[in-house]
Design a protein around this ligand. Structure first.
Ligand code: AR6
Length: 174
């Protein structure tokens, strides 16, 4: 399949994709940053579904992904993934960040998702260096598209801050 990889600078809660990805924490119960915006604008339905997941499986481990509906957001699903907290890079952070992208895309395939939007996972409160995070995100998404993808036709990187947007623009050469 010919999958498009695109870039925009926007608020991910406004994106009309089949799935948007949330940079959650392992509690799945909300927080600040993009997580706060998704729960605030999406309404209580998302939190109710997150609580049901907690009751079923407990916390969500770093690098893993789960999904809920998107409540009042224009998307169909929210895929919640837990990025690593940056602790200097020696605690498997790069692999765990790559896992966030590949596990979210695997879930997207299971859900028959055609368009998916990613925020810049771990590059806010979790302090992952932005350039390294962008390189990992792009490499992992491209690998997935070449090797595993069945359903996704467009992957959108949604940057919120100028620094990330310019980094992605440079790395994607678009
Ligand atoms: N749309 C798109 N991107 C956004 C938005 C938005 N509305 N708001 C922020 N960003 P962060 P993390 C960008 O801190 O580092 C939460 O409290 C932001 O510019 O949201 O993975 C969770 O509950 C940054 O580039 O997530 C966790 O506890 C990127 O989203 C913790 O933060 C990620 O920043 C997760 O930290």
């Amino acid at each position: 399949m010919d999958t498009k990889i695109t870039l925009i600078k926007d608020d991910i809660t406004t994106i009309q994709a089949d799935a948007i990805v949330n940079a959650a924490n392992s509690s799945l119960l909300g927080g600040g940053g993009v997580d706060g915006a998704i729960h605030r604008k999406g309404g209580s339905q998302i939190l109710e579904e997150c609580k049901a997941i907690r009751n079923r499986q407990g916390k969500c481990a770093t690098g893993q992904a789960v999904y809920t509906s998107a409540g009042r957001l224009p998307a169909k699903y929210v895929i919640h993934t837990v990025g690593p907290v940056w602790n200097g890079g020696g605690r498997n952070e790069p692999k765990l960040l790559a896992d966030c992208y590949s596990n979210s895309l695997r879930l997207a395939n299971e859900l028959d998702v055609k368009t998916i939007a990613f925020p810049n996972i771990s590059t806010g409160v979790y302090r992952f260096p932005k350039k390294e995070a962008a390189e990992i995100a792009i490499r992992t998404v491209r690998d997935f598209v070449s090797n595993e993808n069945r359903t996704v036709e467009e992957i959108i990187f949604v940057c919120f801050d100028d620094e990330n947007y310019l980094l992605y623009k440079e790395l994607l050469k678009i």
